[in-house]
Ligand binder design. Sequence first.
Ligand code: DX5
Ligand code: ZN
Length: 237
Amino acid sequence: MTKAATQVDSSTAPVFGGRRLSRTPVLVAPSILSADFARLGDECRAVLAAGGDLLHVDVMDGHFVPNLSMGPAVCAAVHAALPEAYLDVHLMVTDPAHYIEPFRKAGAAHITFHAEVVPDPKALVAEIRAKGMSAGVAINPDTPASALIPYLGDIDLALVMSVHPGFSGQSFIARVLEKTRAIRAAAPAGLRIQMDGGVSPDTAPACREAGCDVLVAASAIYGTPDYAAAVRAIRGG
Ligand code: DX5
Ligand code: ZN
């Protein structure tokens, strides 16, 4: 049995809503955006073996963000290679509704879309849940917490972007910590709050202190030789 398989434990508490993962309070979500795409299966396996809890799949359409990344075919290939891996799909696209079914078919366990393109998320959240996945809503660094707070009771995960989305390897924008604290204060018990962008062993403690319990990292994991040490340091004590 692979390490990834051992981490998906059906006897423990649900993480986002739909499927179940480990009991670890702070989850680390390696973003495969910084993986070596020529060896993607091995790179996914390696970060799970290193202790990563879920695989963060960054989907970009060249319109909502100024870059293109990966689509359902890549997600499906990862799912086929690692069927037990929890695939956390982050849609940085202008029309997320168009991609819910393709990513369900591709094995996504969770889908996050952006409040900037879907200001009232309830219908899309309901559609994602009806398809057996959990649902998150993301806000960019310049989007206020008020775009998210009215809907915290309707979602499984709130994602606070700590870089302007589009590229890995950018610097952490510390001013988002303040609105993260406001979101945590307003959140119902058990809501997962994810930070994404510039998260590293140096910036992760502030994210955790602000109330985040799902930490995404691409370059801080894939850019180091020791993935396990990076995952451990980001997760903290
Ligand atoms: C940014 C993506 C992030 C990105 C993070 O647009 O949503 O998930 O991969 O990369 P790092 O951790 O290198 O900032
Ligand atoms: Zn992301």
